[in-house]
Design a protein around this ligand. Structure first.
Ligand code: IYR
Length: 226
């Protein structure tokens, strides 16, 4: 077996059970206020906030700790417009030219989405999240990465949580295919565009679909085998 070093678990905090109950409830109350938003304000968001949220995302667990993610943060009007033009082209094929298929489009009806994606230009930041098939822990390495979709999914969850906690709204957008993001962001072919995360302040009077407010109750999503 290869040599490895350990250190004492740093920064762990144990709380009394009563405090744990209160903290877990507080976290739930906070995260259940998160809703996907499709109407964004143009109000600028300081880059430092996004940087902190990305640092939080970067602490996520990952296969072999290779951290197989890359975040291209798009803030210029020109680049956002380019993203919108390409995304709407794919969305027109999906919604209007039959690519989505009847069953899928039917499932989306309660959301009321269509091929128009004005928020791709309105929101101050678009975060293109890439999944790296190759990389390793250190810059410049080309080692194989492991559990890539799982790892990037977890990091994306951390990022959404961090943005929400900071007071920002998000939208997980996934135009298909998203290869145009590699070109716009100048990322190599070995990186797969994973999600385009739109973030900013919600527009004044922003609405959400009633459908999105329905969350499955605990007994439908979990069981305890005791
Ligand atoms: N990417 C399209 C379609 C879409 C697909 C699913 I699954 C959604 O939950 C929402 C939308 C769009 O963004 O409109």
């Amino acid at each position: 077996m290869q040599e490895h070093d350990n250190i004492i678990l740093p920064d762990y905090k144990e709380y009394p059970p009563e405090e744990m109950k209160a903290r877990s409830k507080q976290f739930y109350d906070e995260i259940k206020r998160r809703h996907t938003v499709r109407e964004f304000s143009e109000k600028p968001v300081p880059r430092e906030i996004i940087e902190n949220c990305l640092k939080a995302a970067g602490t996520a667990p990952s296969g072999a700790n290779h951290q197989p993610w890359f975040f291209s943060v798009i803030g210029s009007s020109e680049a956002k417009k380019e993203v919108r033009v390409h995304a709407e082209k794919e969305e027109r094929a999906f919604y209007d030219d039959g690519k989505g298929g009847e069953v899928w489009l039917d499932a989306l009806k309660p959301l009321g989405t269509d091929s128009h994606k004005p928020y791709l230009e309105t929101a101050p930041w678009l975060i293109a999240i890439f999944a790296q098939r190759k990389g390793g822990l250190h810059a410049g390495e080309q080692r194989k990465n492991y559990y890539v979709p799982e790892s990037v999914g977890i990091a994306t969850g951390f990022l959404i949580n961090a943005l929400h906690s900071s007071g920002l709204a998000t939208l997980t957008h996934t135009p298909k295919p998203m290869g145009f993001l590699n070109t716009i962001c100048d990322r190599p072919k070995s990186e797969r565009p994973y999600i385009l995360l739109v973030t900013g302040y919600p527009a004044e009077g922003a609405t959400i679909p009633v459908h999105a407010t329905i969350k499955k109750p605990l007994e439908d999503i979990a069981e305890f085998i005791e």
